[in-house]
Design a protein around this ligand. Structure first.
Ligand SMILES: [Zn+2]
Length: 189
């Protein structure tokens, strides 16, 4: 269900008042509406159907070689603070007859990133979805991201990058496969 913009607006207006602002001053007059629309967009992953993401984007291909897609942009919101985290996602998989169109992998990442998230869960959801949707032999997903909730507040660790990975199938069972993935995405464990 689409979020009700008309109901979010007064909540944002009240939030501005609680923060000590005057919601009627010129610069803020349209802010509740903008914030409501922006939040609706930033959480559209809840309302994206997997079918429409993957639809017609699986190609039959007889290869057992590893497919690598690097540097997919990730923009998400941490569920603890509703502040952004952003970075890059690297995906590797070994197909068993079916491969993804590259743009669909990016849309799959977006479907899970455009929600309130934890980086660890996001990484796992992406790997499991790839594993199941094409019955892959194995999948590896790595996300490197910076969290504004860490950079702007609290410990203020401005340059720390959080790295998470999730490996399934042969990526989990075979050290050589996992190392090939890490080498190809440019990170050694
Ligand atoms: Zn946070």
């Amino acid at each position: 269900m689409e979020p009700n913009i008309a109901r979010i607006e007064p909540l944002v207006r009240q939030l501005l008042i609680e923060l000590g602002e005057d919601p009627d001053r010129e610069g803020l007059a349209k802010t509740p509406e903008r914030v409501a629309k922006s939040l609706a967009f930033l959480t559209h992953g809840y309302r994206t159907e997997l079918k429409t993401v993957i639809n017609d984007a699986l190609f039959t291909q007889d290869t057992g070689s590893m497919v690598i897609v690097k540097d997919i942009e990730v923009y998400s919101l941490c569920e603890h603070h509703l502040l952004p985290f952003y970075g890059r996602c690297h995906i590797g998989y070994i197909p068993d007859g079916k491969v993804f169109g590259v743009s669909k992998l990016a849309r799959l990442v977006d479907m899970y990133a455009r929600r309130l998230q934890l980086q660890e869960r996001l990484t796992e959801q992406i790997s499991e979805e790839i594993m199941h949707s094409i019955d892959a032999v194995g999948v590896g997903v790595m996300i490197e991201a910076q969290h504004l909730c860490m950079m702007m507040r609290g410990v203020e660790k401005q340059n720390s990058v959080m790295v998470t990975s999730s490996v399934l199938g042969v990526f989990r069972d075979q050290l050589a496969t996992r190392e090939e993935f890490l080498t190809l995405v440019g990170r050694r464990a």
